[in-house]
Design a protein around this ligand. Structure first.
Ligand code: HEM
Length: 512
Protein backbone atom coordinates (compact mmCIF):
# COMPACT_ATOMS: atom_id res chain seq x y z
CA UNK A 1 0.00 0.00 0.00
CA UNK A 2 1.33 3.41 -0.93
CA UNK A 3 1.06 6.04 1.77
CA UNK A 4 1.82 9.65 1.18
CA UNK A 5 3.25 11.12 4.43
CA UNK A 6 4.11 14.49 3.02
CA UNK A 7 0.65 15.99 3.30
CA UNK A 8 -2.22 15.52 5.68
CA UNK A 9 -5.69 16.97 5.24
CA UNK A 10 -8.46 17.21 7.81
CA UNK A 11 -11.58 15.85 6.15
CA UNK A 12 -13.94 18.76 5.54
CA UNK A 13 -16.74 17.40 7.78
CA UNK A 14 -14.50 16.84 10.82
CA UNK A 15 -14.21 19.66 13.43
CA UNK A 16 -10.70 20.20 14.83
CA UNK A 17 -10.26 18.26 18.11
CA UNK A 18 -10.18 21.12 20.60
CA UNK A 19 -13.38 22.63 19.31
CA UNK A 20 -15.05 19.31 19.79
CA UNK A 21 -13.81 19.06 23.37
CA UNK A 22 -14.99 22.56 24.30
CA UNK A 23 -18.32 21.92 22.73
CA UNK A 24 -18.75 18.76 24.83
CA UNK A 25 -17.60 20.46 28.04
CA UNK A 26 -20.21 23.17 27.60
CA UNK A 27 -22.86 20.54 27.61
CA UNK A 28 -21.65 19.14 30.99
CA UNK A 29 -23.32 20.27 34.19
CA UNK A 30 -21.37 21.49 37.25
CA UNK A 31 -21.58 18.15 39.01
CA UNK A 32 -20.12 16.33 36.02
CA UNK A 33 -17.28 18.86 35.75
CA UNK A 34 -16.53 18.45 39.47
CA UNK A 35 -16.61 14.66 39.17
CA UNK A 36 -14.31 14.77 36.15
CA UNK A 37 -11.92 17.14 37.88
CA UNK A 38 -11.88 15.03 41.05
CA UNK A 39 -11.25 11.95 38.95
CA UNK A 40 -8.25 13.63 37.32
CA UNK A 41 -6.84 14.83 40.68
CA UNK A 42 -7.35 11.42 42.32
CA UNK A 43 -5.74 9.66 39.35
CA UNK A 44 -2.79 12.05 39.50
CA UNK A 45 -2.33 11.59 43.25
CA UNK A 46 -2.67 7.80 42.96
CA UNK A 47 -0.06 7.74 40.21
CA UNK A 48 2.27 9.89 42.37
CA UNK A 49 1.70 7.63 45.39
CA UNK A 50 2.40 4.47 43.36
CA UNK A 51 5.53 6.09 41.96
CA UNK A 52 6.80 7.22 45.39
CA UNK A 53 6.11 3.87 47.05
CA UNK A 54 7.06 1.48 44.26
CA UNK A 55 9.27 3.06 41.61
CA UNK A 56 11.11 6.00 43.24
CA UNK A 57 14.90 5.42 43.57
CA UNK A 58 14.43 5.45 47.39
CA UNK A 59 11.48 3.01 47.31
CA UNK A 60 13.52 0.15 48.80
CA UNK A 61 14.02 1.99 52.13
CA UNK A 62 11.40 1.41 54.82
CA UNK A 63 9.68 4.29 56.56
CA UNK A 64 6.33 5.73 57.64
CA UNK A 65 4.08 5.81 54.54
CA UNK A 66 2.47 9.13 55.24
CA UNK A 67 5.89 10.80 55.57
CA UNK A 68 7.02 9.20 52.31
CA UNK A 69 3.95 10.41 50.45
CA UNK A 70 3.81 14.00 51.64
CA UNK A 71 5.93 16.58 53.50
CA UNK A 72 3.03 17.64 55.72
CA UNK A 73 3.78 15.44 58.75
CA UNK A 74 7.47 16.41 58.53
CA UNK A 75 6.46 20.07 58.43
CA UNK A 76 4.09 19.68 61.35
CA UNK A 77 6.75 17.93 63.45
CA UNK A 78 9.21 20.75 62.69
CA UNK A 79 6.66 23.34 63.72
CA UNK A 80 5.85 21.49 66.94
CA UNK A 81 9.55 21.05 67.79
CA UNK A 82 9.26 17.26 67.78
CA UNK A 83 11.01 16.34 64.53
CA UNK A 84 14.02 14.70 66.18
CA UNK A 85 11.78 12.70 68.52
CA UNK A 86 9.60 11.43 65.65
CA UNK A 87 12.64 10.43 63.60
CA UNK A 88 13.99 8.57 66.62
CA UNK A 89 10.69 6.65 66.95
CA UNK A 90 10.88 5.70 63.27
CA UNK A 91 14.44 4.44 63.64
CA UNK A 92 13.37 2.20 66.54
CA UNK A 93 10.61 0.81 64.36
CA UNK A 94 12.18 0.56 60.90
CA UNK A 95 15.94 0.27 61.55
CA UNK A 96 19.19 2.01 60.78
CA UNK A 97 18.48 3.51 57.37
CA UNK A 98 14.97 4.81 56.84
CA UNK A 99 13.00 7.05 54.52
CA UNK A 100 11.47 10.07 56.25
CA UNK A 101 10.30 12.11 53.27
CA UNK A 102 9.56 11.71 49.57
CA UNK A 103 13.27 12.32 48.85
CA UNK A 104 14.96 12.11 52.25
CA UNK A 105 16.75 9.25 54.01
CA UNK A 106 17.92 9.26 57.61
CA UNK A 107 20.85 7.05 58.55
CA UNK A 108 22.25 6.53 62.06
CA UNK A 109 25.24 4.36 61.24
CA UNK A 110 28.47 6.15 62.27
CA UNK A 111 29.89 5.59 58.77
CA UNK A 112 27.33 8.19 57.61
CA UNK A 113 29.44 10.92 59.24
CA UNK A 114 32.25 10.22 56.79
CA UNK A 115 29.96 9.65 53.80
CA UNK A 116 27.78 12.72 54.26
CA UNK A 117 29.81 15.26 56.22
CA UNK A 118 33.38 14.12 55.48
CA UNK A 119 35.68 15.88 53.02
CA UNK A 120 35.45 14.61 49.47
CA UNK A 121 37.37 15.58 46.35
CA UNK A 122 37.52 19.36 45.71
CA UNK A 123 34.14 20.60 44.56
CA UNK A 124 32.38 17.38 45.57
CA UNK A 125 31.57 18.09 49.22
CA UNK A 126 27.91 17.98 50.11
CA UNK A 127 26.73 21.52 50.94
CA UNK A 128 24.44 22.55 53.79
CA UNK A 129 20.80 22.26 52.83
CA UNK A 130 19.77 25.80 51.76
CA UNK A 131 16.25 25.13 53.05
CA UNK A 132 17.68 25.25 56.57
CA UNK A 133 19.74 28.40 56.02
CA UNK A 134 18.35 31.84 56.81
CA UNK A 135 18.25 34.56 54.19
CA UNK A 136 21.22 36.85 53.63
CA UNK A 137 21.29 39.96 55.83
CA UNK A 138 23.65 41.93 53.65
CA UNK A 139 25.27 41.21 50.32
CA UNK A 140 27.76 38.65 51.64
CA UNK A 141 27.50 35.03 52.69
CA UNK A 142 28.48 34.11 56.23
CA UNK A 143 30.76 31.21 57.13
CA UNK A 144 27.60 29.07 57.31
CA UNK A 145 26.31 29.78 53.82
CA UNK A 146 29.54 30.50 51.90
CA UNK A 147 30.51 28.46 48.85
CA UNK A 148 33.32 25.94 49.31
CA UNK A 149 36.01 28.34 48.07
CA UNK A 150 34.85 31.29 50.20
CA UNK A 151 34.26 29.03 53.19
CA UNK A 152 37.80 27.73 52.93
CA UNK A 153 39.20 31.30 52.99
CA UNK A 154 36.95 32.55 55.82
CA UNK A 155 37.54 29.43 57.89
CA UNK A 156 41.32 29.66 57.49
CA UNK A 157 41.22 33.27 58.66
CA UNK A 158 39.10 32.75 61.76
CA UNK A 159 40.68 29.41 62.66
CA UNK A 160 43.63 31.40 64.14
CA UNK A 161 41.21 32.58 66.83
CA UNK A 162 40.47 28.96 67.78
CA UNK A 163 43.99 27.50 67.86
CA UNK A 164 45.57 26.03 71.02
CA UNK A 165 47.71 29.17 71.38
CA UNK A 166 44.66 31.40 71.13
CA UNK A 167 42.87 29.32 73.75
CA UNK A 168 45.79 29.74 76.15
CA UNK A 169 45.61 33.50 75.64
CA UNK A 170 41.83 33.45 76.13
CA UNK A 171 41.91 31.44 79.37
CA UNK A 172 42.20 34.49 81.68
CA UNK A 173 39.06 35.95 80.05
CA UNK A 174 37.19 32.67 80.54
CA UNK A 175 38.35 32.52 84.17
CA UNK A 176 37.23 36.10 84.75
CA UNK A 177 33.68 35.45 83.53
CA UNK A 178 33.37 32.08 85.25
CA UNK A 179 34.61 33.83 88.41
CA UNK A 180 31.85 36.42 88.01
CA UNK A 181 29.29 33.62 87.59
CA UNK A 182 30.43 31.91 90.79
CA UNK A 183 30.49 35.17 92.71
CA UNK A 184 27.01 36.14 91.53
CA UNK A 185 25.65 32.70 92.43
CA UNK A 186 27.30 32.94 95.84
CA UNK A 187 25.56 36.28 96.39
CA UNK A 188 22.25 34.59 95.64
CA UNK A 189 22.92 31.96 98.32
CA UNK A 190 23.92 34.63 100.84
CA UNK A 191 20.71 36.51 100.16
CA UNK A 192 18.82 33.24 100.68
CA UNK A 193 20.37 32.61 104.13
CA UNK A 194 22.74 29.91 102.99
CA UNK A 195 21.11 28.46 99.94
CA UNK A 196 19.17 29.57 96.90
CA UNK A 197 17.13 28.05 94.14
CA UNK A 198 18.33 29.47 90.82
CA UNK A 199 17.48 28.81 87.20
CA UNK A 200 20.78 27.55 85.82
CA UNK A 201 19.53 27.74 82.24
CA UNK A 202 19.54 31.51 82.58
CA UNK A 203 22.83 31.76 84.41
CA UNK A 204 24.60 29.48 81.90
CA UNK A 205 23.15 31.44 79.03
CA UNK A 206 24.22 34.79 80.51
CA UNK A 207 27.74 33.49 81.10
CA UNK A 208 28.28 32.06 77.63
CA UNK A 209 26.84 35.20 75.99
CA UNK A 210 29.12 37.45 78.00
CA UNK A 211 32.14 35.29 77.18
CA UNK A 212 31.50 35.18 73.47
CA UNK A 213 30.70 38.93 73.45
CA UNK A 214 34.06 39.67 75.04
CA UNK A 215 35.96 37.22 72.84
CA UNK A 216 34.12 38.21 69.68
CA UNK A 217 33.57 41.97 69.87
CA UNK A 218 35.90 42.84 72.68
CA UNK A 219 33.02 43.99 74.91
CA UNK A 220 30.72 42.16 77.28
CA UNK A 221 26.95 42.00 76.90
CA UNK A 222 26.69 42.60 80.65
CA UNK A 223 24.16 39.77 81.16
CA UNK A 224 25.82 38.40 84.32
CA UNK A 225 26.01 41.76 86.06
CA UNK A 226 22.55 42.91 84.99
CA UNK A 227 21.04 39.45 85.60
CA UNK A 228 19.01 39.64 82.45
CA UNK A 229 19.14 38.70 78.81
CA UNK A 230 20.63 41.36 76.60
CA UNK A 231 18.21 42.20 73.79
CA UNK A 232 20.73 40.60 71.47
CA UNK A 233 20.60 37.27 73.25
CA UNK A 234 16.82 37.22 72.77
CA UNK A 235 17.70 36.37 69.17
CA UNK A 236 17.72 32.72 70.19
CA UNK A 237 13.94 32.90 70.21
CA UNK A 238 14.29 33.63 66.55
CA UNK A 239 15.09 29.95 66.00
CA UNK A 240 11.56 28.88 66.82
CA UNK A 241 10.08 31.25 64.28
CA UNK A 242 12.80 30.35 61.79
CA UNK A 243 11.81 26.67 62.09
CA UNK A 244 8.33 27.69 61.05
CA UNK A 245 9.70 29.35 57.94
CA UNK A 246 12.02 26.45 57.14
CA UNK A 247 9.21 23.95 57.49
CA UNK A 248 7.05 25.61 54.85
CA UNK A 249 9.89 26.01 52.39
CA UNK A 250 8.97 22.60 51.00
CA UNK A 251 6.02 24.48 49.52
CA UNK A 252 7.45 27.86 48.36
CA UNK A 253 4.06 29.54 47.89
CA UNK A 254 3.25 28.88 51.54
CA UNK A 255 6.45 30.62 52.61
CA UNK A 256 5.34 33.86 50.92
CA UNK A 257 2.03 33.60 52.63
CA UNK A 258 3.57 32.95 56.02
CA UNK A 259 5.80 36.04 55.88
CA UNK A 260 2.70 38.24 56.26
CA UNK A 261 2.04 37.13 59.80
CA UNK A 262 5.46 36.08 61.02
CA UNK A 263 6.05 36.45 64.74
CA UNK A 264 8.18 39.44 65.70
CA UNK A 265 11.40 37.48 66.44
CA UNK A 266 11.86 36.93 62.72
CA UNK A 267 11.11 40.48 61.73
CA UNK A 268 13.30 41.76 64.60
CA UNK A 269 16.21 39.80 63.26
CA UNK A 270 17.36 42.70 61.12
CA UNK A 271 17.41 44.97 64.20
CA UNK A 272 19.68 42.49 65.94
CA UNK A 273 21.91 42.31 62.94
CA UNK A 274 22.15 46.10 63.02
CA UNK A 275 23.11 45.92 66.68
CA UNK A 276 25.94 43.48 66.10
CA UNK A 277 27.03 45.50 63.09
CA UNK A 278 27.37 48.57 65.33
CA UNK A 279 29.43 46.56 67.81
CA UNK A 280 31.66 45.32 64.99
CA UNK A 281 32.21 48.83 63.64
CA UNK A 282 32.98 50.12 67.14
CA UNK A 283 35.49 47.34 67.55
CA UNK A 284 37.04 48.00 64.14
CA UNK A 285 37.65 51.62 65.09
CA UNK A 286 39.19 50.79 68.46
CA UNK A 287 42.31 48.89 69.50
CA UNK A 288 42.27 45.94 71.89
CA UNK A 289 45.13 45.06 74.17
CA UNK A 290 43.82 41.57 74.95
CA UNK A 291 43.32 39.34 71.91
CA UNK A 292 39.77 38.83 70.67
CA UNK A 293 38.52 36.96 67.58
CA UNK A 294 38.72 40.16 65.55
CA UNK A 295 42.40 40.70 66.27
CA UNK A 296 43.18 37.32 64.69
CA UNK A 297 41.08 38.07 61.62
CA UNK A 298 42.63 41.52 61.16
CA UNK A 299 46.21 40.36 61.75
CA UNK A 300 48.26 42.07 58.98
CA UNK A 301 50.35 38.91 58.62
CA UNK A 302 47.35 37.08 57.10
CA UNK A 303 47.70 36.68 53.36
CA UNK A 304 43.98 36.55 52.78
CA UNK A 305 41.23 38.95 53.80
CA UNK A 306 37.54 38.97 54.68
CA UNK A 307 35.34 41.72 53.31
CA UNK A 308 33.56 43.98 55.80
CA UNK A 309 30.24 42.34 54.88
CA UNK A 310 31.67 38.87 55.48
CA UNK A 311 32.97 39.98 58.88
CA UNK A 312 29.52 41.32 59.76
CA UNK A 313 27.63 38.16 58.83
CA UNK A 314 30.20 35.73 60.22
CA UNK A 315 30.58 37.48 63.57
CA UNK A 316 26.83 37.60 63.84
CA UNK A 317 26.80 33.79 63.47
CA UNK A 318 29.68 33.35 65.92
CA UNK A 319 27.73 34.94 68.74
CA UNK A 320 24.73 32.62 68.46
CA UNK A 321 26.76 29.53 67.53
CA UNK A 322 29.16 30.13 70.39
CA UNK A 323 26.75 30.87 73.21
CA UNK A 324 23.44 29.01 73.18
CA UNK A 325 25.09 25.72 72.18
CA UNK A 326 27.51 25.73 75.11
CA UNK A 327 24.76 26.88 77.49
CA UNK A 328 22.62 23.94 76.31
CA UNK A 329 25.40 21.43 76.87
CA UNK A 330 25.94 22.80 80.39
CA UNK A 331 22.25 22.74 81.27
CA UNK A 332 21.71 19.26 79.80
CA UNK A 333 24.74 17.77 81.55
CA UNK A 334 23.87 19.36 84.90
CA UNK A 335 20.24 18.23 84.62
CA UNK A 336 21.25 14.63 83.93
CA UNK A 337 23.85 14.68 86.73
CA UNK A 338 21.22 15.81 89.23
CA UNK A 339 18.94 12.97 88.15
CA UNK A 340 21.83 10.49 88.60
CA UNK A 341 23.20 11.07 92.12
CA UNK A 342 25.82 8.31 91.81
CA UNK A 343 27.44 9.97 88.78
CA UNK A 344 27.26 13.36 90.50
CA UNK A 345 28.90 11.93 93.63
CA UNK A 346 31.72 10.38 91.58
CA UNK A 347 32.35 13.70 89.82
CA UNK A 348 32.32 15.63 93.09
CA UNK A 349 34.80 13.16 94.54
CA UNK A 350 37.13 13.51 91.54
CA UNK A 351 37.06 17.31 91.45
CA UNK A 352 37.23 18.03 95.17
CA UNK A 353 39.93 15.46 95.92
CA UNK A 354 42.17 16.66 93.08
CA UNK A 355 41.77 20.40 93.49
CA UNK A 356 42.71 21.84 96.86
CA UNK A 357 42.00 25.51 96.21
CA UNK A 358 39.58 27.20 93.83
CA UNK A 359 42.52 29.07 92.26
CA UNK A 360 44.05 25.75 91.23
CA UNK A 361 41.21 25.13 88.81
CA UNK A 362 42.59 25.77 85.33
CA UNK A 363 42.45 24.11 81.95
CA UNK A 364 45.72 22.25 82.46
CA UNK A 365 44.67 20.75 85.80
CA UNK A 366 41.18 19.90 84.56
CA UNK A 367 42.61 18.08 81.53
CA UNK A 368 43.89 15.43 83.97
CA UNK A 369 40.44 14.53 85.34
CA UNK A 370 39.15 11.55 83.32
CA UNK A 371 35.71 11.35 84.93
CA UNK A 372 35.04 15.04 84.21
CA UNK A 373 35.86 14.44 80.52
CA UNK A 374 33.66 11.33 80.51
CA UNK A 375 30.76 13.26 82.04
CA UNK A 376 31.08 15.96 79.39
CA UNK A 377 31.11 13.41 76.53
CA UNK A 378 28.11 11.61 77.98
CA UNK A 379 26.33 14.92 78.57
CA UNK A 380 26.85 15.83 74.91
CA UNK A 381 25.47 12.43 73.90
CA UNK A 382 22.39 12.68 76.07
CA UNK A 383 21.79 16.38 75.39
CA UNK A 384 23.35 17.31 72.05
CA UNK A 385 22.96 21.09 71.62
CA UNK A 386 22.14 20.76 67.90
CA UNK A 387 19.97 17.62 68.03
CA UNK A 388 19.15 17.54 64.34
CA UNK A 389 22.60 18.59 63.15
CA UNK A 390 22.70 20.82 60.08
CA UNK A 391 21.47 18.73 57.15
CA UNK A 392 23.35 18.37 53.88
CA UNK A 393 22.06 18.02 50.36
CA UNK A 394 23.30 14.61 49.24
CA UNK A 395 22.11 12.16 46.65
CA UNK A 396 20.34 10.35 49.50
CA UNK A 397 21.19 10.65 53.17
CA UNK A 398 20.66 12.62 56.38
CA UNK A 399 22.00 12.01 59.91
CA UNK A 400 19.95 13.06 62.92
CA UNK A 401 22.28 13.30 65.92
CA UNK A 402 19.48 12.72 68.42
CA UNK A 403 18.38 9.42 66.83
CA UNK A 404 21.96 8.20 66.38
CA UNK A 405 22.86 8.86 70.03
CA UNK A 406 19.69 7.33 71.46
CA UNK A 407 19.73 4.17 69.35
CA UNK A 408 20.36 0.76 70.95
CA UNK A 409 22.12 -0.11 67.68
CA UNK A 410 24.89 2.33 68.64
CA UNK A 411 24.92 2.48 72.45
CA UNK A 412 23.95 0.00 75.12
CA UNK A 413 21.27 1.39 77.49
CA UNK A 414 21.16 4.48 75.26
CA UNK A 415 18.71 6.47 77.40
CA UNK A 416 20.79 6.25 80.57
CA UNK A 417 23.59 8.56 81.67
CA UNK A 418 26.65 6.29 81.90
CA UNK A 419 29.83 8.42 81.80
CA UNK A 420 31.88 5.27 82.47
CA UNK A 421 31.41 4.22 78.84
CA UNK A 422 33.93 6.96 77.87
CA UNK A 423 36.63 5.96 80.36
CA UNK A 424 39.70 4.45 78.69
CA UNK A 425 40.08 2.08 81.63
CA UNK A 426 36.59 0.64 81.12
CA UNK A 427 36.84 -2.71 79.34
CA UNK A 428 33.36 -4.07 80.11
CA UNK A 429 31.28 -5.68 77.34
CA UNK A 430 28.93 -2.71 77.49
CA UNK A 431 31.76 -0.31 76.77
CA UNK A 432 33.13 -2.42 73.91
CA UNK A 433 29.65 -2.70 72.37
CA UNK A 434 29.23 1.09 72.11
CA UNK A 435 30.01 2.56 68.69
CA UNK A 436 31.80 5.56 70.12
CA UNK A 437 32.56 7.20 66.79
CA UNK A 438 28.82 7.82 66.44
CA UNK A 439 29.14 10.72 68.87
CA UNK A 440 30.01 13.87 66.88
CA UNK A 441 28.13 16.68 68.64
CA UNK A 442 30.37 19.21 66.89
CA UNK A 443 29.68 17.53 63.57
CA UNK A 444 32.32 16.25 61.19
CA UNK A 445 34.38 17.23 58.16
CA UNK A 446 35.47 20.56 56.66
CA UNK A 447 32.45 22.47 57.99
CA UNK A 448 32.37 21.05 61.49
CA UNK A 449 32.23 23.30 64.55
CA UNK A 450 35.22 25.61 64.65
CA UNK A 451 34.62 26.44 68.33
CA UNK A 452 34.98 22.86 69.61
CA UNK A 453 38.07 23.45 71.79
CA UNK A 454 36.73 26.68 73.20
CA UNK A 455 33.45 24.94 74.00
CA UNK A 456 35.22 22.09 75.83
CA UNK A 457 37.24 24.66 77.79
CA UNK A 458 34.08 26.50 78.87
CA UNK A 459 32.31 23.25 79.77
CA UNK A 460 35.22 22.05 81.89
CA UNK A 461 35.75 25.34 83.71
CA UNK A 462 32.10 26.12 84.42
CA UNK A 463 31.08 22.61 85.50
CA UNK A 464 34.08 22.03 87.72
CA UNK A 465 34.02 25.44 89.40
CA UNK A 466 30.32 25.14 90.23
CA UNK A 467 30.80 21.63 91.58
CA UNK A 468 33.87 22.64 93.55
CA UNK A 469 32.06 25.55 95.17
CA UNK A 470 28.46 24.39 95.68
CA UNK A 471 26.42 21.38 96.66
CA UNK A 472 23.68 20.97 94.09
CA UNK A 473 20.26 19.37 94.40
CA UNK A 474 16.90 19.48 92.69
CA UNK A 475 14.11 21.23 94.58
CA UNK A 476 10.87 19.24 94.86
CA UNK A 477 9.23 20.77 91.79
CA UNK A 478 12.06 19.45 89.58
CA UNK A 479 11.70 15.76 90.42
CA UNK A 480 9.95 15.04 87.11
CA UNK A 481 12.50 17.00 85.06
CA UNK A 482 13.28 15.31 81.75
CA UNK A 483 15.62 16.98 79.25
CA UNK A 484 14.51 14.62 76.50
CA UNK A 485 10.96 16.00 76.49
CA UNK A 486 11.98 19.51 75.47
CA UNK A 487 11.16 20.82 72.03
CA UNK A 488 13.79 21.38 69.40
CA UNK A 489 13.88 24.17 66.85
CA UNK A 490 17.38 23.46 65.48
CA UNK A 491 18.51 24.34 69.02
CA UNK A 492 16.77 23.06 72.14
CA UNK A 493 14.01 25.24 73.61
CA UNK A 494 15.25 24.92 77.15
CA UNK A 495 12.82 24.87 80.06
CA UNK A 496 13.98 26.36 83.40
CA UNK A 497 16.51 24.22 85.27
CA UNK A 498 15.79 25.11 88.88
CA UNK A 499 18.62 23.95 91.14
CA UNK A 500 19.20 24.45 94.85
CA UNK A 501 22.74 25.69 95.47
CA UNK A 502 24.42 25.57 98.88
CA UNK A 503 28.04 26.67 99.32
CA UNK A 504 29.79 23.40 100.05
CA UNK A 505 31.19 24.26 103.48
CA UNK A 506 28.15 26.17 104.60
CA UNK A 507 26.89 23.58 107.13
CA UNK A 508 30.38 22.99 108.52
CA UNK A 509 31.11 26.72 108.90
CA UNK A 510 27.81 27.50 110.58
CA UNK A 511 28.30 24.63 113.07
CA UNK A 512 31.90 25.65 113.87
C1 HEM B 1 28.92 22.57 73.09
C2 HEM B 1 29.09 23.58 72.27
C3 HEM B 1 28.93 23.53 70.77
C4 HEM B 1 28.35 22.59 69.97
C5 HEM B 1 27.72 21.27 70.38
C6 HEM B 1 28.46 23.06 68.61
C7 HEM B 1 27.97 22.37 67.50
C8 HEM B 1 28.06 22.83 66.21
C9 HEM B 1 27.50 22.14 65.07
C10 HEM B 1 26.73 20.82 65.12
C11 HEM B 1 27.79 22.88 63.98
C12 HEM B 1 27.36 22.58 62.54
C13 HEM B 1 28.49 21.93 61.79
C14 HEM B 1 28.06 21.36 60.46
O1 HEM B 1 27.21 21.92 59.77
O2 HEM B 1 28.60 20.31 60.11
C15 HEM B 1 28.56 24.04 64.41
C16 HEM B 1 29.07 24.99 63.57
C17 HEM B 1 29.74 26.10 64.00
N1 HEM B 1 30.03 26.44 65.31
FE1 HEM B 1 29.66 25.33 66.95
N2 HEM B 1 29.10 24.27 68.62
C18 HEM B 1 29.41 24.59 69.90
C19 HEM B 1 30.10 25.72 70.34
C20 HEM B 1 30.64 26.67 69.52
C21 HEM B 1 31.45 27.79 69.95
C22 HEM B 1 31.89 28.05 71.40
C23 HEM B 1 31.73 28.53 68.83
C24 HEM B 1 32.54 29.81 68.72
C25 HEM B 1 32.58 30.76 69.56
C26 HEM B 1 31.11 27.88 67.70
C27 HEM B 1 31.16 28.33 66.40
C28 HEM B 1 30.69 27.64 65.31
C29 HEM B 1 30.84 28.11 63.94
C30 HEM B 1 31.51 29.40 63.48
C31 HEM B 1 30.25 27.13 63.12
C32 HEM B 1 30.23 27.12 61.60
C33 HEM B 1 31.51 26.40 61.12
C34 HEM B 1 31.71 26.36 59.63
O3 HEM B 1 30.76 26.52 58.88
O4 HEM B 1 32.86 26.16 59.21
N3 HEM B 1 30.46 26.75 68.16
N4 HEM B 1 28.70 23.99 65.78
Amino acid sequence: MNTNYTSFEIPSKMEPFHWATLYNLRSLNKLQICAGFSFLVISYLTACAIYLLQYHPLARFPGPRLWILTRWPYMRAMQKGTLVHRVQEFHSKYGEMIRIGPNEISCINPQAWQDIYGGHKPGQNFGRNPLWMSRKQNTANSILSASDADHHRIRRLISHAFSDNALRAQEPILQEYVGTLIRRLHEQTKAGWGSAVVDLVEWFSWTTFDIVGELGFGETFGCLTDERHHSWSALVFYFKAASLVTSVRFYPLLERFLRWWLPSPVTNRQDHFQLSREKIHRRLKGEKTTPDFMSYVLDPRNEERMSLQEIETTFNILIIAGSETTASALAGTTGYLLSNPLCLATLIQEIRSNVVQENDINLASLGKLPYLSAVIEEGLRMAPPVPSGLPRVTPQNELFQWSAYRSPLNFSRPNELIPERWLQSNRTSQSTFDKKSTLQPFSFGPRNCIGKNLAYAELRLILSRIIWKFDLSFPKEMRAYDWAKQKTYVLVEKQPLKVRLTPRNFVKHTLD
